[in-house]
Design a protein around this ligand. Structure first.
Ligand code: FES
Ligand SMILES: [Fe+2]
Length: 403
């Protein structure tokens, strides 16, 4: 397969201004985003290989929700609210672990089976009879794509992940994602002092790579292409430049890497990123697979979370390559973190007059357009206090009527 590097048609005239500044500072906007984006879109929790044995679980919190993904005795993977039916305690207190034969709530000791049904409350004589299903853990919608486990707290317009990712399936199919294994480094989280949209705005363009990411620039040079968001996914690919290696990590990475034969020529020496609306990016490298996502905490506080995986048949040389690609990645995310914070702080400055996007940042614009589909309110001035959700719903329904 040959990569189609054709750049997306960029119109001669387009609105280069980005999102209105008020949308970064509105608490009502943030609450609406939590609901229409984060709760109503599939959110990646883990890979099946993170929880290989019965009772293994991963818990993950975002926008006030608590997800628990657990493997049952029947080998089934299920997703629940991490919420005891007695008084709402977490039923598991750690982010990862094993529940052995049952989930025991740490508050008063109600016991749940691994399939979520209630086995029994502590001191049952003190309570009426409780139906195991009715008082079982509450399920969350679950979807699994190539071993990656997604949950969704509210119904939404996004189709199953296999459909979302269909457009790039010829590329993703090569990476044997179903058989990857955890790298052993666990899940990382990082708090960023910025609005979550600043994180996306920095991540959605490669215009900043030559200056801001010396490591990536060394690795890819001009061979870096963005394909803006369309139908909920975007793609960036960086093919290694012929004379890569000014930096120690990059030099050693390209010389040690023995590209897997499962990958076609275009992907043997390239890093492929697949972005999934609204907040997830997969990095598919010859040596490893990573993902990262972001969740808003407050207007100016965001949590980034991610993990990395190795290929099942990794040899010593591949392990070394993976170590080096991780080094390059770590530098990149530190560099981005700084840029994200500066973008956020800019809006507090009395000199800030909005932004002006280059054609090379059209990906930022395409992402904003996708946001505007959920938030037509972004085309207006900030609504009066208390009116945002109502006005946005009005606009959404008048859009539906027009279609
Ligand atoms: S809150 Fe779980 S047993 Fe009481
Ligand atoms: Fe970056």
């Amino acid at each position: 397969m040959t990569i189609d590097h054709t750049q997306t048609e960029i119109p001669a005239e387009w609105d280069r201004r980005g999102l209105p500044t008020w949308s970064f500072f509105s608490s009502e906007m943030l609450e609406a985003e939590k609901d229409l984006l984060f709760r109503s879109h599939w959110q990646l929790v883990c890979h099946m290989s993170d929880i290989p044995n019965s009772g293994d679980f991963i818990a993950c919190d975002f926008v006030g929700e608590r997800a628990l993904v657990i493997r049952g005795h029947d080998n089934q993977i299920r997703a629940f609210h991490n919420l005891c039916r007695h008084r709402g305690s977490r039923v598991v207190g750690q982010d990862t672990g094993n529940c052995r034969s049952a989930i025991i709530c740490p508050f008063h000791g109600w016991v749940y089976n691994l399939d979520g049904t209630l086995r029994g409350p502590a001191q049952p004589q003190s309570l009426p009879d409780l139906d195991p299903l009715e008082y079982g853990l509450k399920s969350i919608e679950l979807d699994i794509w190539k071993g990656f486990v997604f949950v969704r707290f509210k119904p939404g317009p996004q189709p199953p992940m296999s459909q979302v990712l269909q457009r790039f399936s010829k590329e993703t199919d090569q990476y044997n994602l179903g058989t990857i294994l955890p790298s052993g480094d666990g899940y990382w989280t990082e708090e960023v002092a910025a609005n979550w949209k600043c994180v996306r705005d920095v991540d959605n363009e490669g215009y900043h790579v030559p200056l801001a990411h010396p490591g990536l620039h060394d690795l890819f040079g001009a061979n870096y292409h963005d394909e803006p968001l369309r139908s909920g996914i975007s793609k960036s690919i960086g093919s290694f430049r012929a004379n890569a290696g000014r930096q120690w990590s990059v030099r050693n990475y390209v010389s040690i890497l023995e590209p897997p034969q499962d990958l076609d020529k275009d992907h043997q020496n390239a890093w492929l990123y697949i972005g999934i609306f609204p907040n997830l990016v997969f990095g598919l490298y010859p040596d490893s697979v990573i993902f990262y996502q972001e969740f808003p905490i407050e207007l100016g506080k965001t949590i980034q979370r991610g993990s990395s995986y190795r290929h099942a048949n990794e040899n010593r040389r591949m392990r070394l390559s993976r170590y080096l690609s991780k080094r390059i990645d770590r530098m990149t995310s530190k560099e981005d973190e700084q840029l994200i914070q500066w973008s956020w702080e800019a809006a507090f400055s009395s000199g800030f007059d909005g932004i002006l996007l280059s054609d090379l940042e059209y990906g930022v614009h395409s992402y904003h357009n996708a946001l505007r589909e959920f938030f037509p309110i972004l085309n207006e001035n900030e609504p009066a206090e208390g009116m945002l959700a109502l006005r946005n719903t009005e606009l959404l329904s008048s859009n539906t009527d027009q279609n």
